[in-house]
Design a protein around this ligand. Structure first.
Ligand SMILES: Cc1cc2nc3c(=O)[nH]c(=O)nc-3n(C[C@H](O)[C@H](O)[C@H](O)COP(=O)(O)OP(=O)(O)OC[C@H]3O[C@@H](n4cnc5c(N)ncnc54)[C@H](O)[C@@H]3O)c2cc1C
Length: 377
């Protein structure tokens, strides 16, 4: 008999929807809330690595994800020269196993809808435009008051509300994300035929310029620079700034740049990192995903790590008969903390070598992380 019968999941991102799917499939009553008024309204693309695809398959959404995305098995390295010369084509590790692609790009809104639809089909009750106003717990459960004035009592609350989690301070965890010193322009648009995998251009006026196909007719492209306060830019100025940086990159970038014309498709984000020390719970409230650990996207592992948290937590909750049990939370930390911390640190290291203009062992570090995440979570 599982330790819990009613759970509140705060945040319907990757971590929250994955937890909701697993728990609802296991017969647990799940309320899933998100502050946003709509699921998957807008957004760029995401690269899901094989180990993330393995968890999506376990959650029963692989067919839908495969149909919505664009798989690939290698990484291209190109020079920031007038021809965009292809320097190397490196086979990517199939970290999810030989029967899954090494990576798959897909539009974030499509992934968000697939996950939310699967969670509600499993029985989770999704309420949008809702946040938690207060949480208080005793030995038997957690009392929650919502922003619409309603209230509920749950056996467990899962804070999956992202890097700026409001749940984190509510349970007395004061750790905050830290900027790593880089910022990224991202845009989405049509896929030229020449883009069939991720290519990275190192150097030129920026640290990295790259792109990832997300479907037959779509891709996202990005340029990484020193962190700058670009918050005052209008959408048109943001587009102009990205186009200007992209002038240095050629080959497929020439075709991508030619389609970069809609200011509404360009965003700018600072890279941040966070590792909340274990344990990630305080009593019956636990953090997962970016709320607990977040990394710059240099390894494109944040989404996969969020999914792994959710799947491991679900497995433990469904197999334990007490939630107020240190053994449960020790087991969760043992399976998740070191792995997530190692991924965050490696993601930061890759950026730091560039910031320091230092030649680190990039292939060695990437191979070490691939070996780590190839192991089941
Ligand atoms: C620029 C950039 C590029 C990235 N690229 C990749 C990539 O290619 N591949 C990859 O795997 N990872 C990538 N990541 C990381 C990845 O996006 C995250 O690790 C992943 O989305 C974390 O999922 P999550 O569910 O924990 O959090 P989120 O996706 O942030 O979801 C949190 C949810 O909680 C909701 N929420 C927030 N506050 C509240 C509240 N108070 N109450 C209720 N709901 C709330 C939000 O609306 C949101 O829906 C990237 C990150 C960045 C910054």
């Amino acid at each position: 008999m599982p330790a819990i019968s009613d759970v509140l999941v705060i945040g319907a991102g990757l971590a929250g929807t994955a937890a909701a799917i697993g728990l609802a499939d296991g017969g647990i009553g799940v309320d899933l809330i998100d502050v946003k008024p709509e699921v998957g309204a807008i957004g760029s693309g995401i690269t899901m690595q094989g180990n993330g695809l393995r968890e999506l398959r376990r959650l029963g959404v692989w067919d839908a994800v495969r149909a919505a995305g664009y798989p690939f098995d290698s990484l291209g390295l190109r020079a920031p020269d007038p021809a965009g010369t292809l320097l190397a084509e490196i086979p990517d590790a199939r970290t999810g196993g030989p029967d899954l692609p090494a990576a798959l790009g897909l539009p974030r809104p499509a992934l968000a809808r697939i996950m939310a639809d699967r969670a509600t089909a499993a029985g989770a009750k999704l309420r949008l435009g809702t946040r938690v106003s207060s949480l208080s717990q005793d030995d038997g459960g957690v009392d929650v008051v919502f922003s619409d004035g309603s209230a509920g009592r749950y056996d467990l609350v899962i804070g999956a509300d992202g890097i700026r989690s409001a749940t984190r301070p509510m349970i007395g965890i004061t750790d905050q994300p830290r900027p790593t010193g880089m910022g990224i322009f991202r845009a989405f648009g049509p896929r030229p035929a020449s883009v069939t995998r991720t290519d990275l251009y190192y150097g030129g006026p920026s640290y990295i310029a790259g792109y990832c196909p997300t479907g037959e007719n779509s891709l996202y492209a990005y340029i990484v620079e020193d962190a700058r306060d670009r918050s005052g830019l209008t959408p048109a100025e943001r587009l102009a700034a990205m186009r200007s940086l992209a002038e240095a990159y050629h080959g497929p970038w020439d075709e991508i740049r030619a389609t970069l014309s809609d200011p509404g498709t360009v965003g700018y984000t600072l890279f941040e990192e966070l590792v909340v020390p274990a344990p990630w719970n305080r009593g019956r409230v636990v953090l997962i995903g970016d709320a607990a650990h977040a990394c710059p996207p240099t390894l494109a592992q944040g989404g996969a790590q969020a999914l792994e948290d959710a799947v491991v937590l679900t497995e433990l909750l469904l197999s334990r008969d007490a939630v107020d049990d240190d053994e449960l939370w020790s087991a969760f930390a043992a399976r998740r903390f070191e792995r997530a911390r190692t991924v965050v640190e490696a993601s930061c290291q890759l950026g730091q070598w560039q910031l320091d203009h230092q030649q680190g062992d990039v292939p060695g570090l990437i191979a070490a992380i691939a070996a780590l995440v190839s192991q089941p979570a």
